[in-house]
Ligand binder design. Structure first.
Ligand SMILES: C[S@@+](CC[C@H](N)C(=O)[O-])C[C@H]1O[C@@H](n2cnc3c(N)ncnc32)[C@H](O)[C@@H]1O
Length: 249
């Protein structure tokens, strides 16, 4: 299990570092970063994730660099992701939120998104990125009410949702065999190192109890998590398998 640490490199952010370390289940450190360690580093105007290979810059904990092009770009509802979510949906639960790339895209596409992440260190990075959006007026106008972060197990949280979401979106953990990811290289590596691999089937069962439409992101060419999906939307790197409740076809 990689070591998880937090450091403030700004004299006024020591108490932020303590609060973040507690939420993330991490230690406060300011020494050299060891191999296999991941450190959330707080600067005056930004937060980054550093590892032992980081020199002047770490991985930004921010949604500001996500490609949010409209038109025929990432945010187009005509792309496979938008088509998989469907035209009538208003609310989505991203039950495997990771660093929130997909959750942010979905919120920017106009849906109200609740993002669930069970690993406390990853969930904390996700919350930091959400708060960072305050620094970008255009992003914050969307994410202030469009994205809610919840830390915990999706199976437990999905059971207690009221009202029910229109769609549950799942992007289960990469397995060793998974090739390719729609995420940029560094975030994909970080998630692979930090997140535990769980069972996909119980998660899909919980998702199907919670919503009438479940969208599962899969690598193109990979098998479905289970059975035959009702609808399939193919992209270049990934595919979206859609499972519908009986009667909602
Ligand atoms: C492949 S990553 C998701 C990447 C994400 N779509 C993104 O855009 O950053 C899968 C994430 O789901 C989380 N996860 C897996 N099973 C979960 C569960 N049962 N409840 C909550 N989170 C879960 C893992 O900790 C991991 O961070």
């Amino acid at each position: 299990m990689p070591r998880r640490t937090v450091e403030s490199r700004c004299t006024t952010r020591a108490s932020d570092a303590e609060r973040i370390a507690e939420a993330a289940g991490a230690e406060i450190r300011s020494d050299t970063i060891e191999d296999g360690e991941y450190r959330i580093v707080l600067f005056k105007d930004r937060e980054e994730l550093w590892d032992s290979a980081s020199r002047r810059r770490g991985m930004p904990l921010s949604f500001q660099r996500i490609d949010r092009r409209v038109g025929a770009g990432n945010l187009s509802h005509k792309q496979p992701l938008g088509r998989a979510i469907g035209a009538t949906a208003e609310t989505i639960v991203d039950a495997t939120a990771g660093l929130g790339h997909d959750a942010c895209l979905l919120a920017c596409m106009g849906w109200k998104v609740t993002a669930i992440e069970r690993d406390p260190f990853i969930a904390t990075m996700l919350s930091i990125a959400h708060h960072d959006a305050v620094r970008c007026a255009e992003l914050w106008s969307v994410l202030r009410d469009g994205l809610t972060i919840r830390s915990g197990s999706a199976e437990a949280i999905l059971e207690s949702l009221d009202p029910r979401p229109d769609v549950v979106f799942l992007d289960p953990m990469f397995c060793a065999k998974r090739r390719g990811s729609a995420l940029p290289k560094k975030p994909a590596q970080v998630l692979q190192a930090l997140a535990e691999v769980g069972e996909d089937e119980p998660l899909l069962t919980a998702a199907r109890r919670a919503a009438d439409r479940v969208v599962v992101k899969r690598p193109t060419g990979g098998p479905p998590i289970v059975g035959d999906p009702d609808l399939v939307f193919k992209g270049r790197l990934v595919r979206y398998d859609v499972y519908l409740a009986a009667g909602s076809h």
